[in-house]
Write a protein that binds this ligand. Structure first.
Ligand code: NAD
Length: 454
């Protein structure tokens, strides 16, 4: 495929100024929603073929999020894209200042496999809302979802405006050789670094939505039953293949046993049986092997079993885990929950800080002072107090990482901003021009300038 030509076509389309028109953006977003709605059955069957993800989970974790993003953008594009007045200093009176959001241009969105629809389509929605043209490269690993997105989008949109290019490393590498106006990447830290380097060659701005080890810190005063219930749901959703899943638990040692037994109770109740189609498969054999390698028999509190043919790993809880254990050396990204304990909150914070800054952090406590201490001292992308994962659903919260877990953010208005340049303008009238800044300079002029500028 001639990527130079395809991207050139998109630059040309962008330069027609069609996407600057708000009604055009709205029309295309409505088209996208209606195509997805009309083809929901295909979207469900494709993702089921890839990793047996159920209709229920696909709707709540993929399609509903996409629809909400479109609806919000449709309601707010006009406001978000409007010119914003800024205050003006004495120096430039009687002028005025304002900021005009403008679309970056032609953007590349690279998706990850674990939520293949929303991680690809939500950034594209934000880019369209901002007035960009979009090349979308979904993850090749869930091949059926990649194929259906390519079919639905490429058959229904002008390729100069919105186009899906399927492929893996080879195709992405070739795409990255061409200059884009913005790159939005979701994926792993090592590949994030490759994307950043490729973008640097063209001075292309990037947003990197990466991963990491997100902790759940639990103090002894919590409602143990509800804490365990929320944790179990968040961890085993999508069989743990969620970038913001609680990667590990840090629990105050005096309630460790009670918490473990409550986690067991909720796992049993959720009925994540091997045959249960509501518990998705591990995406591929490579990940299955990577995950089972984390399970050390003497540390298994619950689960630890798997079925390689079906690519299912039973919800697994590991106890008495230390930072030096194998499972703590890398992001887990699967249905394995290591439990570590602590005596003091300082010790818990210290342990979290030993690792890279996480994408998410979950703080379970009734204590206001402990909550405030953790919120103040731990750096993380985003998170929740007394819950896990659900912050992702709040469109008013920017979603993204910090440090090794990412650069930039999106969702709602923040997605619009991610694909916009904020052009700042000072406007002056002709009817007056103070002479102070012009040469010949003099002591009197300087004296007055010091008074005005400060
Ligand atoms: P990945 O980095 O392997 O792949 C992501 C994308 O990059 C895919 O489209 C893939 O085709 C492409 N890619 C892979 N290798 C490449 C290379 N050498 N050069 C160019 N492109 C390449 O990640 P993944 O396995 O799809 O996803 C898992 C990771 O993504 C986890 O670390 C997870 O935490 C993270 N993640 C983050 C978020 C977030 O929103 N922050 C969401 C989901 C997943």
């Amino acid at each position: 495929m001639n990527y130079e030509k395809i991207i050139g076509q998109q630059h040309q389309f962008f330069n027609t100024n069609a996407t600057r028109d708000i009604s055009f953006r709205k029309k295309e977003l409505k088209r996208l929603k209606s195509i997805l709605q009309q083809n929901e059955a295909l979207l469900y069957s494709s993702i089921y073929k890839d990793f047996k993800k159920s209709e229920f989970e696909t709707y709540i974790t993929e399609l509903s999020i996409i629809y909400h993003e479109i609806d919000l953008a449709l309601a707010k594009i006009k406001k978000w894209s409007g010119k914003k007045r800024a205050s003006i200093s004495l120096t430039n009176l009687p002028g005025k200042s304002y900021i005009i959001p403008e679309p970056y241009g032609t953007v590349l969105v690279i998706g990850a496999w674990n939520y293949p629809y929303q991680l690809s389509i939500c950034p594209a929605i934000a880019a369209i809302a901002a007035g960009c043209t979009v090349i979308l490269k979904p993850s090749e690993i869930p091949s059926h979802t990649s194929e259906i997105m390519a079919k639905l989008i490429n058959e229904n949109f002008d390729p100069g405006f919105f186009r899906v290019i399927e492929g893996g490393v080879k195709e992405t590498t070739a795409l990255l050789a061409v200059k884009f106006d913005k790159i939005f990447f979701t994926g792993s830290v090592p590949v994030g670094k490759i994307i950043y380097q490729a973008a640097a060659k063209h001075l292309t701005p990037v947003t990197l939505e990466l991963g990491g080890k997100s902790p759940a810190i639990i103090t002894k005063d919590v409602n143990i039953n509800l804490t365990a219930k929320r944790l179990v749901w968040a961890k085993f959703l999508n069989a743990g293949q969620t970038c913001i899943a609680p990667d590990y638990v840090l629990v105050e040692s005096s309630i460790k046993d009670q918490l473990l037994s409550s986690i067991k109770h909720h796992i049993d109740k959720a009925d994540y049986a091997v045959e249960n189609q509501n518990y998705p498969q591990i995406i591929n054999e490579q990940n299955y092997d990577r995950l089972t390698n984390f399970i050390e028999a003497d540390k298994v509190y619950l689960g630890g079993t798997g079925n390689k043919d079906e690519r299912i790993i039973a919800p697994t809880v590991l106890k008495d885990i230390e930072l030096s254990d194998k499972v703590m050396q890398d992001e887990i990204f699967g249905p394995i929950l290591p439990v570590l304990s602590f005596e003091t909150i300082e010790e818990a914070i210290e342990k979290v800080k030993t690792l890279s800054k996480p994408l998410s952090c979950y703080i379970f406590t009734r204590s206001k002072s402990l909550k405030n201490k953790m919120l103040k001292e731990i750096s993380f992308g985003g998170g929740a107090v007394n819950d896990a994962v659900m912050h992702f659903t709040e469109q008013t919260l920017p979603f993204g990482g910090v440090g090794d877990s990412g650069i930039g953010n999106y969702h709602g208005k923040y997605g619009f901003e991610t694909f916009s340049h904020y052009k700042s303008v000072l406007q002056k009238p002709f009817w007056i021009e103070p002479n102070l800044k012009y040469s010949p300079y003099s002591a009197t002029k300087l004296k007055w300038l010091k008074r005005i500028i400060g």
